[in-house]
Design a protein around this ligand. Structure first.
Ligand code: CMC
Length: 430
């Protein structure tokens, strides 16, 4: 916190008040408005939190104008090139890259918490055969608090740490089980001799009748996608995790809330929506009319995978995924006409003044669906993939919140626009 302040002049009441400035290590400074209402009688009004910092955080930094994304100070490009998802998870949670021993310990612990309780299978079996896997994941993660209710003393750092490990370890197991129950395959148990992403792919795709032959490109690509999706500071789902966390709710409930928030098409659901949009467009020759429709506000149609609240330049994750998409399709020898549609759409939109003026660039979800499709991940599992990766970020934020000294329950105010006080009217007189 700096000792600088900003003077706020209230012309209406001819008075002024001084607001302290809060600065971080990077990024724009913020006005501390915590005492504003008490001192002036005003609230601030900021729908969508466009100009509001809800917390201090040392986990992830984004410079949306320059297209910069740092996890604990490390550029996403370097992590994508040199790290792996589990190491990145360790970094997000603990703040530093692990030594070899620390990584081995972390991996060992995660690996040995991947099993889900046998009776959780009954829970999954209770869903209708056509249940969306996001619904199953959300409910099953919430149900973990019932399975581990004896380890929910969140004042105990060891119990907090254990909850974090369990979440990172079990979410892929539950996700794969949700998929398998939707296709009528028996649940595949996690194998300890495999590493995190490969283990997940085995749980997803191995059938009892034959071993799974896994192309290393598939595991590598998924690991990269997981790194890119692992955290993104105070996005809607992470803010949801923190809001629920601020009430003292248990971590499984908090992460389940994050999964629910992620599901929306404006957030993590966009990757699924991108694929159906590209399928609907169908051919590069229809791109111009799709772009025209997206510009027409009355159509209610937006180009999915375009635009971002924070990035007003290229989303650095999209740049990495774009390159990866071409490599994956080439390595797996897949010709996907949807990629041609995607490239034509990107080209037209990037030249169109509507998108240029509003700084609408492809975001992380624009290409990820095409890679997932190439990896044979079913469309309804796309957002689940995002949730597996983002669990690392959610858990890191939840842990950080638990040790924040000035943490308060999240409780926004409102500008009331309803009826003024009036008297009850009996039904016959209405
Ligand atoms: N297609 C067409 N117009 C758009 C789009 C789009 N994808 N995105 C924004 N606009 C327009 C919008 O209509 C508005 O125009 P005007 O100024 O004339 O009213 C302007 O651009 C600003 O949009 P906004 O809705 O005020 O921006 P926002 O910061 O509230 O929304 C967003 C950000 C990501 C929700 C939005 O860009 C969007 O709906 N994109 C499509 C969905 C998507 O791809 N979501 C994934 C986001 S990245 C991954 C994640 O967060 O999970």
């Amino acid at each position: 916190m700096s000792d600088q302040s900003v003077q706020l002049i209230d012309g209406k009441n001819d008075r002024s008040t001084s607001l302290p400035i809060v600065t971080g290590t990077l990024g724009d400074p913020a006005l501390d408005i915590g005492r504003l209402n008490k001192e002036t009688g005003y609230f601030t009004y900021d729908p969508g939190f466009v100009s509001t910092a809800s917390t201090r955080s040392a986990i992830t930094y984004i410079d949306g104008d320059k297209g910069v994304l740092l996890y604990r100070g490390y550029p996403i490009e370097q992590l994508a090139k040199h790290s792996n998802f589990l190491e990145t998870s360790y970094l997000l949670i603990n703040g530093e890259l692990p030594s070899r021993t620390e990584f081995n310990q972390f991996e060992h612990e995660v690996t040995h918490h991947t099993m889900m309780h046998e009776s959780q299978k009954n829970f999954l079996n209770g869903f209708r055969y056509d249940a969306h896997p996001m619904a199953m994941l959300c409910a099953s993660v919430a149900s973990l608090s019932a399975f581990y209710h004896d380890n929910l003393d969140m004042d105990d750092p060891e119990q907090r740490r254990l909850a974090a490990i369990r979440l990172i370890a079990k979410v892929p197991t539950i996700a794969a089980a949700a998929y398998r129950s939707s296709v009528g395959w028996p649940v595949r148990y996690p194998r300890n001799n495999l590493e995190y992403v490969t283990r997940f792919l085995h749980m997803m795709f191995e059938v009892p009748s034959e071993p799974l032959e896994l192309n290393p490109t598939v595991a590598k690509a998924l690991d990269l996608l997981f790194i890119l999706h692992a955290d993104h500071e105070q996005n809607a789902s992470t803010s949801t995790v923190r809001l629920v966390g601020s009430t003292g709710a248990n971590p499984y409930a908090c992460i389940a809330a994050g999964i629910a928030a992620l599901w929306g098409p404006a957030h993590g659901g966009a990757n699924e929506a991108v694929l159906s949009m590209l399928t609907d467009i169908g051919d590069a020759k229809n791109v111009a009319s799709a772009v025209a429709k997206a510009k027409d506000k009355d159509s209610g149609f937006r180009l999915m995978g375009f635009g971002h609240r924070v990035y007003k330049n290229f989303d650095p994750r999209a740049t990495i995924i774009r390159e990866m998409t071409h490599k994956v399709l080439a390595d797996l020898n897949i010709k996907d006409p949807l990629l041609d549609v995607a490239m034509a759409l990107e080209e037209v939109a990037l030249k169109d003044s509507y998108f240029v003026e509003r700084k609408l660039y492809p975001n992380v979800d624009f290409y990820s669906g095409i890679i997932y499709k190439a990896l044979r991940i079913p469309t309804e599992m796309f957002t689940v993939m995002f949730a597996i990766a983002r669990t690392a970020g959610w858990v890191a934020h939840w842990l950080e919140q638990q040790v924040t000294p000035d943490a308060k329950i999240g409780r926004p105010r409102q500008v009331y626009t309803g009826s003024v006080q009036r008297d009850y009217i009996e039904v016959g007189k209405r």
